[in-house]
Design a protein around this ligand. Sequence first.
Ligand code: DGL
Length: 249
Amino acid sequence: MKIGVFDSGIGGLSVVKSMLEHSLFEEIVYYGDTARVPYGTKDKNTIIRYGIEAIEFFKNFELDLIIVACNTVSAYALKEMRDISNCHIIGVVEAGILACNNSLQDKNSNILIIGTKATVNSKAYEIGLNKNGFKNLYAKATGLFVPLVEEEIFSGAILDETFKHYFKDIKQNPHALILGCTHFPLLKDELQTYFGKDTKLIHSGEAIVEQLQNQFKLSKKHKNPKLRFFASENPDALKKIANKWLKLN
Ligand code: DGL
């Protein structure tokens, strides 16, 4: 299968990483809209327009499937993107909810959802988690994590201060922390240290693998998939980061 993976920037590489670990696809075309990141501060109509433009970009490749590896776009634009595309389009919010279901037995668990402002305002996670019986939900927009990750700031004083800024009012550590933005798994070690080992970190990367395996009956392993990386601005920088994170060299 030949797939497209789309994010506002480099965060979607966290989803590509999970896919590569499971050797699911023969070709992956990645597109990061680095010229316009962050999306999470934009309004609904702009996010939908960017989503539609990503579909236009992917029309140059004959893809079987597009993964919207961006929670912000997944929360607002999947319908409009599907309306203009003739290939399957899958978002990451559903996978994040599946991941939560898979890893939390207790429906009374305290769950903290972090994401961009747009994702948090959409309440996409709360709606999905409520449907699955989870009730103790608290969401916090932590949008500054996006530019930090884009700057490759994964630890140190600035990040520590940002954690304090967002989390200082949290009195009791949650049982689970949902990383509702694909940039955030790149901060997972630091988040785990901050919240402690009793807080379970959940992100959609692993669950999307399971969802795709089930939905498309993917059994064949593709050990050396063809990978292509595109960006709306400075593609060389994106390629460099992809090579580093995905350990391609
Ligand atoms: N990585 C994206 C997400 O999952 C978007 C971050 C942004 O551009 O604000 O929401």
